[in-house]
Design a protein around this ligand. Structure first.
Ligand SMILES: [Mg+2]
Length: 225
């Protein structure tokens, strides 16, 4: 689908920010469904709601706070460490190594960072299961953002400050469209990833792809210094 287009020009980029879940592995893995199921279990347990109602509340908090955890902390006094424990033994067999993605990431000049709303233990387990850990200089996780998630501006200000990020030479890859808006406002190049990306009409989305590996492989990159 992208073959007849000009290759994306990312020749100014030397800092590569990647969301993790449903960005560095395909949504079709179903892994996110496993995560969401655990969340529903947790919301059920904390609120005493029946499953269907618990799921609705989970989605409401996600929409309102950017993260289900945000609503659970605000309204139910949930401790984030207790919440995150439930993800730390998730079965990882749905996550597979993708040699094409690995090769495409490897050739990117400069540094690669993870920017996730998940916690650090989860992020490291997932990166390990994908065989990508060694490619990332650091993982910026929800603890680093004081549990204020993307798309809230403070999360972006935090990662920019912590890693001395220069937005003009940074590209951000995400499967959640709304998380790209603050990145674009800061001056980053934004790339929407995933099966719904091509349908996006948001003006803050610079590039769209349903195949991250081939997008990166085709991209025009900065020449090695
Ligand atoms: Mg994601």
């Amino acid at each position: 689908m992208t073959a007849d287009r000009d290759p994306p020009d990312l020749s100014q980029v030397d800092t590569w920010l990647f969301d993790l879940d449903n960005t560095l592995y395909p949504a079709s893995s179903g892994f996110m469904g496993v995560i969401e199921g655990r969340m529903t279990d947790y919301v059920e347990r904390v609120t005493g709601l029946v499953r269907e109602e618990a799921y609705k509340l989970q989605k409401k908090y996600l929409a309102e706070y950017g993260l289900t955890l945000g609503g659970l902390m605000e309204h139910h006094g949930v401790d984030p460490d207790d919440y995150h424990k439930m993800f730390q033994d998730l079965p990882l067999e749905r996550l597979a190594h993708d040699p094409e993605l690995l090769a495409a990431l490897e050739r990117l000049p400069g540094r690669r960072l993870i920017f996730t709303n998940a916690d650090g233990v989860h992020a490291k387990r997932v990166l390990g299961a994908l065989g990508l850990s060694h490619l990332f200089a650091d993982v910026f996780h929800i603890g680093h953002a004081d549990f204020v998630p993307k798309p809230n501006k403070p999360a972006f200000d935090r990662i920019v400050a912590l890693h001395a990020i220069e937005p003009a030479t940074t590209a951000f890859f995400e499967d959640a469209e709304r998380n790209l808006a603050p990145a674009a406002a800061l001056g980053m190049t934004t790339v929407l990833v995933g099966p719904h990306a091509q349908a996006s009409t948001a003006d803050f989305v610079n590039h769209r792809t349903d195949n991250l590996a081939s997008f990166l492989k085709d991209a025009r990159l900065k020449k090695a210094a």
